[in-house]
Design a protein around this ligand. Structure first.
Ligand code: NAG
Ligand code: NAG
Ligand code: NAG
Ligand code: NAG
Ligand code: NAG
Length: 886
């Protein structure tokens, strides 16, 4: 039917051009000699060798200008398509002769030809069906060639929407005089690139009929981003509109499209576009890749200091303390410390000791400081209401934001002790102390070995002098060396013994004896912070004329109380008022003479210890936790020395102030446990917090300091486990049964072995074998003085210490999701980190190494350990939940 002629375009002429943003490369598909099909009839396309510009060219030519109705076809060989190249460019070089140059042929002569294409999944050989071809374009020359002048045209056409394995091109001549010099077929790509720290793959331009192709990048090594960066590839092979940005991980910075480790001595704490910054003052320069520069020994960051800031030292002692008297008042003045440790938040506190003979004690509440005894920013204070007949020792201490860390340091070395004076009843001793970088007040302990009672005296090393007076006691002879640390039986009896307010006929008398009456107008309530058994508890301000205003907690008695309730309410003040210790919540005073009775205590900014630790899970190092325990133990020692039994010692009843000082609270009589949510009625009728209470106290209400020691063991566990609930979700009944069967709580994760051993001692069945609070304080002090003693970690069994929900672990069945697992170990805050890192199945979790956990952004050591331990535990799910036996 068709008169068309077909000649295949030689492979020689076909090139695919790759554009990579570099110099263009032409890659011929096949190198072969000209393939011709000369058997076609005359008048059709033919291969003609020409000389152009001095070089030889093969061209496909046709020139039937004098004949009508020409329909001459030239088809290419099959052109394989790269799957993503759906848009290809066809570049033609050709010559068209001017019709006017043919005499008498102008009626039939044409000056254009047509480009066609046909898609196919296979090479169909020489089979040619015109009807299968679609027209792409009419090709017209920009310049036509006259007799004398040869004009080569170059035209590029686009063939779009290609979807099959390959295609053919065809050229249809309808009566022109043309020579086809070359046909190049190519597609364009956006070259592989790195932008915004993300790498984007080479992308074929103009895919899927879209002018812009959206491409997602992958962050380069050691870079992360919350959202995957994207960029668009244009049909012309250009990248445009980058969206999003990867950022170098902590410890890495951007250098020429890469993330490189921070150089030694510099650090970067966050994933950001920032550069690494040099380690700040007084920090250790770590190797490359540091995310934080830890403080040098003896330097610290205050809790409110940024972790990226400089570290500061402890302030040295204030200097030049001078005491003068005027108008019956004592004025103390001093100069600021020589070395402020690089801080500006220096404050001073005054400590007063009163000595009668050999017995020294704190001056207590009786004397008045103006403007205040603590938190002074000025270097002077006036002291009044001193007793003329007593010897007082005033100590001025300099504090700063980092003073809370002072307990971490080793005690100074004492050298050259000598006796300066001696009489039948007294000795004066001197000794030297090895100079330290940051002199801080410390207490010395003196121990006598022979015929002398073991005694303790406190001496602040502020000043360059010291005098100690000891009295020999011949009545009490001791043999052999004394264990310095376990000496409670040998210590001085306390000066006071706790008086049960119930022994007073009129409880109101007791309140007035032990507590200061405050006028309600001096109290400002600010905010409700809780509800007690008797009424609301407020935070507020106490402003007594002549004294610095202080933040206080105000317990109120709700209206409609009975006289009995009022007395019970005030009994707590009668008890608290008898105590004066830095680890016991301090009573500021009471309001009893007005209708609305109130109890005013110091305000503890950080609230209850259990809650506080849960909120700061994993954020404290062992020695800090042990430091807290030391404070609680000191408070409990004070109470037990006064023969007061607390009965409800638990982390929820310990309050924490701004400087992390822990104080025992919650005293009261009927309170024993009325208002404690943990209180459970026992068969004997009383309410008891089972999990915290010693077995003998549960069994026959034998509450003693030894049962308080048991509770202290539980508090130790709560503290080391960051506020975890003791015995997790075991029922009270199960707990009692386990305890009776000699089971004890297992060591919390990362708990120093020495600390866990102490817990187990507190939980001895035989209460006479448990340590006393004096022993506990001494041991904890000893641990704090030698940080190495905290390095040995108690065995930890993740299957026990991590509470696993019933869906998992304990019964061996796997978690249903990563977030469920994270929730079970209280690490839900990292769900996103896991998701972003593409860790979405528990199988993937099990593959994770410690390094991987770090890399996805878990940085706190405590959290790292918890997650790593849990993974270990998941890998070995053969054993079931059990409790450690002693
Ligand atoms: C064709 O020849 C060129 C240059 O002679 C060479 O670079 C190319 O690799 C050859 N291609 C094939 C497919 O043989
Ligand atoms: C012929 O050669 C000259 C110089 O080498 C060049 O400028 C010109 O473009 C060439 N013409 C053709 C038709 O290739
Ligand atoms: C290719 O496909 C797009 C969308 O389907 C259409 O708009 C366009 O006209 C097509 N181009 C050709 C040459 O068929
Ligand atoms: C006060 O100290 C002096 C000197 O050390 C001493 O002689 C005097 O007895 C002391 N007074 C009291 C009440 O202890
Ligand atoms: C916390 O309590 C301790 C001991 O009573 C005290 O020395 C310290 O000043 C208190 N800190 C604050 C910020 O009130």
């Amino acid at each position: 039917m068709s008169t068309s002629c077909l000649i295949e375009v030689s492979a020689l002429l076909l090139y695919i051009r790759f554009i990579r943003g570099e110099p263009t490369k032409h890659i011929p598909l096949i190198n072969s000699t000209v393939a011709t099909r000369r058997e076609q009839t005359t008048g059709s396309w033919e291969v003609i060798q020409r000389t152009l510009n001095g070089s030889q060219f093969y061209t496909f030519s046709v020139c039937n200008v004098g004949e009508r109705e020409q329909d001459n076809w030239l088809r290419t060989t099959f052109i394989q398509r790269r799957p993503s190249a759906s848009r290809v460019f066809v570049e033609l070089q050709f010559i068209v002769r001017d019709c006017n140059s043919f005499d008498g042929a102008s009626l039939t002569c044409k000056e254009t030809f047509n480009l066609f294409t046909s898609e196919s999944d296979a090479d169909v050989g020489t089979t040619f069906r015109k009807g299968q071809f679609k027209k792409v374009a009419t090709i017209a020359p920009d310049e036509i060639t006259s007799k004398n002048e040869l004009r080569i045209n170059t035209e590029t056409k686009v063939v779009e929407n290609l979807s099959r394995k390959g295609f053919y091109l065809a050229f249809q001549d309808i009566g022109a005089c043309i020579a086809l010099l070359s046909v190049r077929v190519y597609y364009k790509t956006c070259p592989a690139t790195v932008k915004s720290l993300a790498s984007f793959p080479e992308t074929v331009a103009g895919g899927e009929n879209q002018a812009l192709r959206e491409v997602s990048g992958v962050c380069v090594e050691n870079a992360i981003s919350e959202e995957l960066p994207r960029i668009y590839c244009t049909v012309d092979g250009e990248w445009v509109v980058p969206v999003g940005q990867c950022q170098c991980k902590p410890g890495y910075e951007e250098v020429e499209d890469e993330c490189q480790e921070c150089k030694a001595g510099s650090f970067k704490a966050e994933a950001s576009g920032d550069k690494c910054t040099p380690c700040p003052a007084n920090t250790q320069e770590l190797d490359s890749g540091a995310v934080v520069c830890p403080c040098m020994d003896g330097f610290y960051r205050a809790p409110n200091d940024p972790p990226t800031g400089p570290c500061s030292g402890l302030p040295s002692a204030p200097r030049d303390l001078v005491a003068t008297t005027s108008a019956g008042k004592l004025l103390l003045t001093w100069s600021p410390p020589e070395d402020t440790g690089g801080r500006t938040d220096i404050t001073y506190s005054i400590e007063c000791q009163r000595c009668e003979g050999m017995v020294c004690q704190s001056c207590g509440e009786k004397i008045r400081y103006e403007p205040a005894g603590v938190g002074l920013t000025d270097t002077k204070v006036s002291v009044s209401e001193l007793d003329a007949h007593l010897n007082y020792t005033f100590t001025v201490e300099a504090h700063s934001g980092v003073t809370i860390f002072s307990f971490q340091r080793y005690p100074p070395k004492i050298t050259a002790m000598r006796v300066m004076e001696r009489s039948s009843t007294s000795l004066s001793l001197f000794w030297d102390v090895k100079p330290r970088v940051h002199p801080r007040p410390i207490r010395y302990e003196l121990t006598y070995r022979k015929k002398v009672r073991h005694s303790r005296f406190f001496y602040p090393d502020k000043y360059g002098f010291c005098i100690f007076l000891f009295r020999k006691r011949n009545s009490h002879t001791r043999q052999g060396p004394e264990d310095t640390y376990f000496s409670s039986s040998e210590q001085l009896k306390p000066l006071k013994t706790y008086v049960d307010p119930h022994t007073y006929e009129d409880p109101n008398t007791a309140v007035l004896k032990f507590a200061t009456e405050i006028h309600p107008s001096h109290i400002t309530k600010q905010k409700v912070i809780g509800a007690g058994e008797f009424g609301e508890v407020y935070r507020g301000i106490l402003k007594v004329p002549g004294r610095k205003e202080v933040a206080v907690a105000i317990k109120t008695l709700k209206p409609g109380y009975t006289e009995k309730q009022r007395q019970d309410f005030l009994s707590e003040a009668s008890i608290m008022g008898q105590f004066s210790h830095q680890n016991i919540i301090r009573l500021e005073g009471v309001v009893t003479k007005f209708k609305h009775a109130m109890i005013v205590t110091e305000y503890m900014e950080n609230g209850a210890l259990d809650r506080y630790l849960r909120d700061h899970d994993g954020e404290f190092a062992s020695f800090q936790l042990v430091g807290m325990l030391r404070g609680i133990a000191a408070g409990m020692k004070y109470l037990s020395d006064m023969s007061y039994v607390h009965r409800d010692l638990a982390a929820r009843n310990i309050l924490v102030n701004n400087t992390l000082e822990c104080k025992v609270s919650d005293f009261g009589l009927s309170r024993v446990l009325e208002d404690d949510p943990e209180g459970t009625y026992t068969t004997s009728g009383g309410k008891i917090p089972i999990r915290w209470t010693a077995p003998e106290a549960i069994a026959y209400r034998k509450f003693t300091s030894a049962s308080d020691v048991w509770s202290f063991g539980i508090v130790m566990w709560e503290v080391m486990a960051f506020g975890e609930r003791p015995y997790w979700d075991m029922s009270n009944h199960e707990v009692m049964k386990a305890i009776n069967e000699a089971f004890r709580l297992p060591a919390p994760m990362d708990c120093p072995s020495a600390v866990y051993q102490l817990m187990l001692q507190c939980w001895l069945q035989d209460r006479s074998k448990r340590p006393r609070f004096g022993d506990i304080v001494s041991l904890l002090d000893k641990l704090l003085r030698s940080p190495d003693s905290l390095k040995t970690i108690a065995d930890f069994d993740p299957r026990i210490s991590i509470r696993l929900p019933s869906t998992s672990g304990s019964d061996g069945s796997p978690f249903r999701s990563v977030s469920e697992w994270l929730e079970s170990i209280k690490m839900s805050q990292y769900s996103e980190n896991f998701a972003c890192a593409g860790v979405v199945t528990m199988d993937q979790v099990l593959q994770m190494k410690n390094e991987d956990i770090k890399n996805i952004g878990v940085r706190l050591p405590g959290h790292l350990k918890r997650i790593a331990y849990s993974i270990l535990g998941l890998k070995d799910q053969t054993s079931t939940l059990s409790v450690f036996a002693v």
